[in-house]
Ligand binder design. Structure first.
Ligand SMILES: NC(=O)c1ccc[n+]([C@@H]2O[C@H](COP(=O)([O-])OP(=O)(O)OC[C@H]3O[C@@H](n4cnc5c(N)ncnc54)[C@H](O)[C@@H]3O)[C@@H](O)[C@H]2O)c1
Length: 339
């Protein structure tokens, strides 16, 4: 089997998960890296013994690079994805899918025009507990979805924002807790019990307003089929990164997720299943999903199949996000604290 050459753009925090996942594959390998920061480029290219670039447009001319992973700040996702597709490369883009619906649509159109594959990194769909929930819901034994709640209480301090100036900026991050951290939980909800729509949302800066101009807290009400509704709350003001909690109530049972612990209540009673996995690399709140998502992407490319997460699927999550930010725009009227 031929191994696909991969170029990674952006050698910051999350790139480690991409390097690690690719190192485990036989059908894909890293062949080039790119970072605008010459030190980061040098460090990654020498560590992985691959060609290094500081300008991603140069990397896109490299014939060894057949597929590109975009691990850069949010405001660069659309531009880089479209350029890579136009250069004839497949693209695995870190979340979010751009910063607006217009950007996401342009990314999807570029993929269609190029005939290359595009996917977005929602790795939590590949967690053991998520897959089990999807399997149970798809089987239909729990009956119709009635509603539920999702709760993300994480901690991001001043240092997190001060160390990376793109974070906390409307122009470069596009928001904060919702578009960056809680996007995974929103995407998972949509994947499990969608379609959903935002009925109303509130964004606020409760604690981090001295370092960010965006929201550190978001709450919203989502509505679904047959009057179902989901309460959603996310904040970066916690003192630690609590396991994500999700409670889903159905006609004939319930699913309760607490991190990687899944409690199932159905006609057979109540039982808990533990999907905790040893973490090979990265932060525990990123989970272990990058490995299976990236492996699945390359298995499918090799077999000529479309990715599991299609552009139109990722776009639906962008639509929910955008609706939430548009629903509550008060915070945008605040004067930016960064000049
Ligand atoms: N899937 C997840 O769980 C997860 C977790 C963390 C981050 N992310 C996503 O990964 C992306 C990167 O986040 P991060 O935390 O690694 O950020 P980071 O700031 O640590 O890294 C970004 C890197 O991109 C580089 N860069 C910036 N402009 C560039 C350019 N023009 N050309 C080449 N390189 C450039 C920076 O120098 C930096 O090294 C974001 O989209 C973020 O939302 C995803």
């Amino acid at each position: 089997m031929r191994s696909i050459g991969v170029g990674i753009i952006g050698c910051g925090m999350i790139s480690v998960n991409h390097f690690h996942a690719l190192s485990k594959l036989e059908n894909a390998h890293v062949t080039a890296v790119c970072d605008i920061d010459p030190e980061k480029k040098k460090s990654a290219s020498s560590q992985y013994q691959v060609t290094g670039y500081t300008d991603y447009r140069d990397m896109l001319k490299d014939p060894q690079v057949e597929s590109v992973h975009i691990c850069t700040p949010h405001f660069l996702h659309a531009e880089m994805t479209i350029a890579a597709l136009q250069a004839g490369k497949h693209v695995l883009c870190e979340k979010p899918m751009g910063m607006s619906i217009q950007e996401a649509e342009a990314m999807k159109a570029a993929a269609e025009k190029s005939g290359k594959q595009l996917t977005v990194c929602f790795q939590n769909r590949f967690n053991g507990a998520s897959k089990r929930m999807k399997e149970i819901i798809t089987k239909g034994t729990l009956g119709a979805f009635r509603g539920g709640s999702a709760f993300v209480a994480w901690n991001r301090g001043e240092n997190y924002y001060e160390s990376s100036p793109w974070r906390g900026s409307w122009q470069r991050e596009g928001g904060s807790v919702l578009i960056n951290q809680a996007i995974h939980t929103l995407d998972l909800l949509k994947y499990l019990v969608g379609p959903l729509q935002v009925q109303s949302a509130t964004m606020s800066a409760k604690r981090l307003f001295s370092v960010i101009e965006t929201e550190d807290t978001c709450d919203m009400l989502l509505v679904g089929r047959e009057g179902s509704r989901v309460l959603f709350y996310a904040s970066n003001c916690g003192v630690s990164n609590l396991p994500v909690q999700m409670h889903l109530t159905f006609e004939a049972g319930e699913l309760h997720l607490n991190g990687s612990l899944l409690t199932i209540r159905d006609a057979d009673g109540s039982r808990m299943e533990d999907y905790t996995e040893a973490l090979a690399v990265g932060k525990d709140y990123w989970g272990s999903g990058h490995g299976p998502l990236i492996a699945d992407f390359y298995d499918r490319l090799q077999e000529g199949r479309s990715p599991a997460i299609l552009p139109e699927d990722a776009m639906e999550t962008m639509q929910l996000l955008t609706a939430a930010y548009e629903s509550e725009s008060n915070i945008r009227r605040r004067k930016p604290c960064r000049q």
